[in-house]
Design a protein around this ligand. Structure first.
Ligand SMILES: [Fe+2]
Ligand SMILES: [Fe+2]
Length: 190
């Protein structure tokens, strides 16, 4: 992926799918990976200080760890399989060249799995928010407690933007592009 992609939402709508994917990887995937490391460490700190008084922290930490493990694999699947296929598809369409069809049949198959995984992440984020009482830290909580909750709140917002961009922009455009390429092939034009 090159690093000269546009990054505004307007650019995504009018720009190439490659630019959208570059933006997703550089901004959202990087944020996700960095925050998983930082928040995991903060969880350890907060639970050591307040785990006894606030037993919900243990459940939240376990949920976060499970979500982080799934997200790790999710990002790899996007970066190593789905996004490269979409980039090759777009390149072939732009050049008017033959599309090399993927081993997974149609792009709709991996996209369906990614969307299901997004829904799972969304459920986990909602459960963590609910366990935390809306991320309101107790008035006597140490600074690391407030930092953890603020970090989780930002993580949730960022994941919502990330998921929305994939579900509502990238994936529908990739499906439409593939369908168009199939129609052209059937008509003997690709
Ligand atoms: Fe992603
Ligand atoms: Fe995703």
């Amino acid at each position: 992926m090159d690093t000269n992609s546009h990054s505004t939402p307007e650019a995504h709508r009018s720009g190439s799918l490659r630019a959208v994917m570059n933006h997703i990887v550089e901004k959202h995937h990087t944020f996700c990976r960095n925050e998983v490391v930082r928040l995991s460490s903060l969880f350890g700190e907060v639970r050591a200080e307040r785990g006894k008084q606030n037993p919900e922290l243990k459940r939240m930490e376990a949920l976060f760890a499970a979500m982080a493990k799934d997200l790790h694999m999710h990002l790899i699947k996007e970066e190593q399989t789905l996004f490269p296929y979409i980039a090759r598809l777009e390149e072939a369409v732009c050049l008017g060249a033959a599309v090399s069809w993927p081993p997974f049949g149609t792009v709709e198959n991996p996209i369906r799995i990614m969307v299901e995984e997004h829904e799972q992440t969304d459920r986990e984020l909602k459960e963590m928010r609910s366990l935390s009482g809306g991320y309101l830290s107790p008035p006597d909580a140490p600074a690391c407690y407030a930092a953890l909750y603020e970090g989780l709140r930002s993580f949730e917002r960022e994941m919502e933007d990330h998921i929305r961009l994939e579900n509502e922009e990238l994936f529908p455009r990739a499906i439409a592009m593939e369908q168009d390429a199939c129609a052209r092939k059937a008509a003997g034009q690709g």
